[in-house]
Design a protein around this ligand. Structure first.
Ligand SMILES: [Fe+2]
Length: 264
């Protein structure tokens, strides 16, 4: 199964977002066009949070308009800039959550169980997995020892070295999350957003991928106490190849046009 991922759209009602340097609507429109041009076409698109800047119904309505052109099904989890409740109301097909306390859900694809895990905490930038959500995750993964599963969520479950982002990362439930992922034995990968940069690591032997933003990127600065800044590196779509019995293989595809490909 070929799984596409985009993240951190930050669709905003503000005109002149980030001093007018970034047009999130145009970025999403280009990302959708890019996804539709991919060959082979991904089976599904996952959107790993921060769909909006303010969590407003008007912002989700703009996203729905643009996603209507998408030629594959899409699913989304909330980020810290979203309102989980508003997302569930405005995007019921993309957020098919049934739990009362969080917007997590399971999708059964062709040979792949996709688990959308809500790490958002209302009113907070950081993420957390309380006992309820961790127990829900265990149940969501149960019974899949023979087939692969993919978990997608907003806050990465590890420190990236970009300290300002790590301070608002997944601050609670991280250790237990790692235990659940490792002990399951058939989690092909974990994919996240939040950091606005492409980053890879492993957790309990499972590949973990952080996707770029399709809008603005966080400037890469691994110095201690670096000040948080953004930059206009081109956005990317992540593509995850998920096959039975092997770890997820992740690719990144720049959304911006460039020369090539040329035959050797
Ligand atoms: Fe974001």
């Amino acid at each position: 199964m070929l799984v596409a991922q985009i993240s951190d759209l930050h669709i905003s009602r503000d005109s002149g977002f980030l001093a007018g340097r970034v047009d999130p609507l145009l970025c999403l429109e280009r990302a959708v066009a890019h996804l539709n041009r991919l060959v082979p076409r991904p089976d599904v698109l996952l959107i790993s949070g921060d769909l909006t800047e303010h969590g407003g119904a008007d912002e989700y309505a703009r996203i729905l308009e643009l996603l209507s052109a998408l030629q594959m099904p899409a699913y989304a989890v909330p980020g810290n800039h979203d309102s989980a409740a508003m997302m569930r109301d405005c995007l019921p097909l993309q957020v098919p959550a049934r739990e009362p306390g969080h917007a997590s859900f399971v999708i059964e694809g062709a040979g792949l169980r996709i688990v959308g895990l809500d790490t958002s905490v209302e009113g907070k930038a950081y993420g957390a997995l309380c006992a309820d959500r961790l127990e829900w995750l265990e149940h969501a993964l149960a019974g899949r020892s023979g087939g692969p599963a993919l978990v997608f969520m907003h806050h990465p479950p590890f420190d990236t070295g970009i300290e300002a982002m790590d301070r608002c990362g997944l601050l609670h439930g991280r250790e237990r999350f790692g235990e659940i992922i490792q002990s399951h034995g058939a989690v092909a990968g974990v994919v996240c957003g939040h950091v606005h940069r492409p980053i890879q690591t492993t957790l309990g032997g499972v590949p973990v991928h952080v996707a770029s933003s399709v809008a603005h990127q966080i400037a890469l600065d691994l110095n201690r106490d670096a000040r948080l800044a953004y930059c206009l590196e081109p956005g990317r779509v992540s593509l995850h190849r998920c096959l039975p019995g092997v770890p997820m293989v992740s690719h990144s595809s720049y959304i911006r046009d460039f020369p090539g490909p040329f035959e050797f």
